[in-house]
Design a protein around this ligand. Structure first.
Ligand code: ADP
Length: 427
């Protein structure tokens, strides 16, 4: 990854209206601004238990439709949910949720999300004078708007924040993924026609380069639901999403058919899964959120998670595989794991345990580390299947870390100075 690029992107400080871009600021003033901005963003994000970024290789595959319906499905499952639409070229969430005329309120300098049926919603579309206007932002302004937006929306405490990212693998989704630290992962939306294209594979590679776990792939517009009899016909070859996901070593979350009722619901501003909850298509959405609900239940299950809850909330526990006392490159064959409780704010290690892992078998280590309360693993290298298993267990994976003492690695991670190289055992 190009580090300079990321620095450039987080440096812009545009006003939210997009009118006053101060990207030309330089020097210490700018870096102080950047630091304070990132801190404000981190503070807001800390109140949100699970952050899920919805990505797609290109526009028009139903990414926003999926994001909106996942958010509503999670809210219907009794979770506190926010939906953030940062798709700055086509903010379609307001229309989909019947919030075209919603007005944004500002309180104490923070933007308050609009609430609908228990769901908190914020869209870049709310800030546009004319919702039908094509949005033409200049490069630095785009990044500034995305950043300001992430930073200034006051979500309060949430169980889930679903982020509808701009499509593709360019600078805009890159900004979103870099700014939202500690996201649980990405959900990648594709269609049967696009499975064969490089776009969706690029999205998976993009996540891997950013150490963002891929929670899974969704094949949208997979088969056609007859509006008369409800029968699903495969008008295009379907199922490619699942084989592609298997081939790339990422979970397949499920398929959603082309259902004319989905299009109609979107046009009418009615959340589909809410208004058509008994349909097979709505059930397909329900099945897709099951692993996302599991993320939460696993962490909430005190019997499974030994030590990562205190009265202040969830604390970070970092796992590092060791051989001869130093981080070892092949995590599946390590002698021991260092498990370190850390204070994220003070950037300090508050406790350390050395544990011998159970015998190496697929799936055992992620589950075992989850039971030990780990929520981050820092390793030299790791295969993509193992990365997905860790993601399913709510453990963030960092790969390409150097073979240093575990304390040094953990502190560098907390400081943001950990230098990661290639994933040295991507098999
Ligand atoms: P993206 O965010 O990828 O650009 P959208 O979510 O805006 O795509 O969807 C594009 C269009 O496709 C919208 O009109 C939406 O109603 C329609 N659409 C998306 N998914 C489905 C589906 N499963 N069945 C029917 N129409 C769909």
């Amino acid at each position: 990854m190009d580090c300079n690029k990321s620095k450039r992107q987080t440096a812009g400080t545009c006003a939210s209206e997009g009118s006053a871009c101060t990207a030309e600021n330089t020097g210490s003033e700018e870096s102080l601004d950047t630091l304070l901005g990132q801190k404000a963003l981190d503070d807001r994000m800390r109140l949100i238990r699970h952050k899920i970024i919805v990505l797609s290789g290109k526009g028009g595959v139903g990414k926003s439709t999926v994001a909106a319906n996942l958010a509503v499905s999670l809210a219907l499952a009794g979770k506190r949910v926010g939906l953030l639409d940062v798709d700055i070229h086509g903010p379609s969430i307001p229309k989909m949720l019947g919030l075209d005329d919603a007005k944004v309120q500002i309180d104490n300098g923070a933007i308050l999300p609009v609430e609908k049926a228990g769901l908190k919603v914020m869209s870049i579309g709310f800030l546009l004078e004319n919702r039908d206007d094509a949005v033409i932002w200049r490069g630095p302004m785009k990044m500034g708007v995305i950043k300001q937006f992430l930073q200034d929306v006051d979500w309060g405490e949430l169980d889930y924040l679903i982020i509808d990212s701009p499509p593709g693998t360019g600078d805009e989704p890159l900004s979103v993924c870099q700014l939202v630290k500690n996201a649980d992962g990405a959900v990648i939306v594709t269609t049967p026609q696009d499975v064969a294209t490089a776009d969706v594979r690029k999205s998976i590679t993009f996540c891997r380069q950013l150490n963002l776990p891929v929670l899974g792939v969704i094949e949208n517009m997979s088969g056609f639901v007859c509006p008369k009899c409800g029968e699903v016909t495969d008008i295009f070859k379907t199922g490619g999403g699942e084989s592609m996901a298997n081939e790339m070593g990422v979970p397949f979350l499920g398929s959603i058919p082309i259902d004319p009722a989905v299009g109609e619901a979107c046009d009418a501003g009615k959340p589909f899964v809410y208004h058509y909850s008994r349909t097979e298509t709505a059930k397909a959405f329900e099945r897709i959120i099951a692993p996302m609900l599991l993320l939460s239940e696993r962490i909430a299950d005190g019997s499974a998670v030994k030590t990562n809850k205190t009265k202040e909330g969830v604390v970070m526990k970092i796992a590092i595989p060791l051989a001869e006392g130093k981080l070892c490159m092949h995590f599946g064959h390590c002698e021991q794991f260092a498990l370190m409780d850390v204070d994220e704010k003070a950037k300090k290690i508050t406790g350390k345990q050395l544990l011998a892992p159970p015998a190496h078998e697929p799936g055992v280590l992620p589950r075992w580390l989850h039971e030990q309360g780990a929520n981050v693993i820092i390793a030299g290298g790791m295969g993509s299947r193992a990365q997905s298993l860790f993601a399913e267990n709510g453990i963030k994976v960092i790969v390409g870390a150097p073979g240093d003492e575990p304390e040094k690695v953990a502190i560098a991670y907390l400081d943001g100075t950990l230098k990661t190289g290639d994933n040295v055992c991507d098999h």
